[in-house]
Design a protein around this ligand. Structure first.
Ligand code: NAD
Length: 500
């Protein structure tokens, strides 16, 4: 059986006495094993990082940028291989896997501009003969812990800015689809990245805890489900680290009575069911405003759902593929049952779906619930599957309140032709990322990504300038070059200096 190993100091490496299965979600088979590393393995990675980081930080930023330019070229050249690898472990269709890699590459492009980004601030003449300047210095060693659902994009969100800013980086990818992150580390070394600057340690909770407790690691970035994000945040901060921990989501799409419903249905189908709903920026809740809007929307949604093609991840015509593993399939189906038990109306039932010739694959058909109420558990919690819930609102205020009061606050969208309603919504909604007639408002790489409430713990977003801030410390220098004429007995020296 194939083993997907660790990548330490520029080389493939074994380590850890336990392993985990990596499935092919298309047919349910185990296609590889991944070793689960331990604290001893992490120590080896930290040693290599400590050996390499000072020289990397001292390398001028233009030279560091050149490694990113080359890395981008190599990833682009390897795109088809990466997309195949990604789809075979995750289950998302190939075109979606290419998008996963490309969204990560967008962040790498931003990192190519690191000389400009790191220029710092300067004030000449802040006082008599006094100049002040600030610089951003790397934390030293950073670590990233990533989820299964974007195995290319999310690692690049993290290691791009961290490494460009002069840190060494240790990545602990999801044990469910570890091949793509592992391959990215190899390509980074091929691009001229020094050994020890980007390393991959495979593992599960044991490795996560070792990272959180390791005194040499200065910052930890986490993306995953909320309970674990909260745990990572608390344990990392208690150990004196800087931590950002992004969690789960339950994004709402508000449909105003004046919205273009054909456009909404097309947008919703992709945003609710694309990638089998396994996206933190999916739209699993739609909120039509007014009964008339709800009825018209439902009427248009039903044939669109009927037309969805569920297939293996290599099927070019499939809209979405299988979910990641059998445990997740069961979890999603249990949530559908919970919704039924709670009294929501199951209009389309995706359970029991089988794909001919792939009966053991982890497929779930699309499901649609209507008359979902805010007090239902199936509304409050993240399902993370191909399930769309309709929650009817009587007016704009009620529609605005639903996402604002929900425990998660990652993304939200409003569909309308009314600029005033859209503006009002964007101003007042208690959610971190807002789309106006944009169903999946993932910000571009040079802005930053982050939700509110239980969707993110810590105060700094991913990528863009926020990412650079997270991976660096500010040092501020106040300098004076006296001309030697000051009196020796200067009583003013005993008073706190002011610039007045
Ligand atoms: P997960 O929380 O199960 O796993 C995330 C990481 O945590 C993995 O590397 C895993 O090995 C590790 N982990 C698992 N159990 C752990 C434990 N008990 N202690 C310490 N570490 C542990 O998440 P997942 O299923 O891989 O990913 C899906 C989740 O991620 C969803 O909730 C989704 O909304 C969320 N997500 C959020 C964002 C965002 O930016 N907010 C983006 C993508 C995914």
């Amino acid at each position: 059986m194939r083993t997907i190993d660790h990548f330490i100091a520029g080389e493939a490496s074994g380590g850890g006495s336990r392993t985990s299965d990596v499935f092919n979600p298309n047919d349910g088979s185990v296609q590889a094993k991944v070793p689960l590393g331990d604290a001893a393995l992490l120590d080896r990675a930290v040693d290599a990082a400590q050996a390499a980081q000072p020289e990397w930080a001292a390398t001028n930023p233009q030279r560091r940028a050149r490694v990113f330019f080359k890395f981008k070229e190599l990833v682009e050249a390897d795109m088809e291989n990466l997309a195949q690898m990604l789809s075979s472990e995750h289950g998302k269709v190939i075109a979606d896997s290419r998008g996963d890699v490309q969204r990560g590459l967008d962040v790498i492009e931003f990192c190519c501009g690191i000389p400009h980004v790191l220029k710092g601030e300067y004030t000449q003449g802040a006082g008599p003969g006094i100049d002040v300047y600030s610089m951003r210095q790397p934390l030293g060693i950073g670590a990233g812990i990533t989820p299964f659902n974007f195995p290319a994009m999310i690692p690049m969100w993290m290691f791009g800015p961290a490494i460009a800013a002069g840190n060494a980086f240790i990545l602990k990818p999801s044990e469910r689809d570890p091949s793509v992150p592992r391959r990215l580390a190899e390509l980074f070394v091929e691009a001229g990245g020094p050994e020890g600057i980007l390393q991959v340690v495979q593992g599960d909770k044991e490795m996560v805890d070792a990272i959180l407790d390791h005194p040499a690691i200065g910052g930890v970035s986490f993306v995953g489900s909320s309970d674990i994000a909260h745990y990572v945040y608390k344990r990392g901060v208690a150990a004196g680290k800087r931590v950002q921990a992004m969690g789960g989501a339950k994004n709402h799409g508000i449909v105003m009575p004046d919205a273009d419903l054909d456009q909404v249905v097309s947008d919703l189908s992709g945003a609710a069911y694309g990638s089998a709903g396994e996206r933190c920026m999916a739209l699993p809740v739609v909120v039509p405003v007014g009964e008339g809007t709800a009825e018209r929307l439902k009427e248009k949604l039903l044939p669109a759902i009927e037309a969805l093609r569920v297939g293996v991840s290599t099927d070019k015509d499939a809209h979405y593929g299988p979910v990641v593993n059998a445990a997740h399939k069961k979890r999603v189906e249990d949530w559908i049952q919970k919704g039924v038990d709670e009294g929501a109306e199951l209009v389309v039932d995706g359970r029991g779906f089988t794909l001919q010739g792939h009966e053991e694959g982890f497929f779930i058909g699309p499901s649609l619930f209507d008359h979902v109420r805010p007090d239902m558990e199936s509304y409050k919690e993240e399902i993370f599957g191909p399930v769309l819930q309709i929650v009817r609102a009587k007016d704009f205020e009620e529609a605005l309140t639903l996402p604002s009061k929900h425990q998660y606050g990652n993304g939200v969208a409003i569909f309308t032709r009314n600029g005033h309603a859209a503006r009002e919504f964007a101003q007042r909604v208690n959610v971190g990322m807002v789309g106006i007639n944009v169903p999946i408002p993932v910000p571009v790489a040079y802005h930053s990504f982050g939700g509110w409430k239980r969707s993110a713990f810590g105060d700094t977003n991913q990528h863009g300038m926020e990412g650079i801030k997270f991976w660096t410390k500010v040092k501020t220098v106040t300098q004076r070059w006296p001309d030697g004429t000051a009196e020796a007995d200067n009583k003013d020296a005993f008073v706190i200096p002011t610039m007045g």
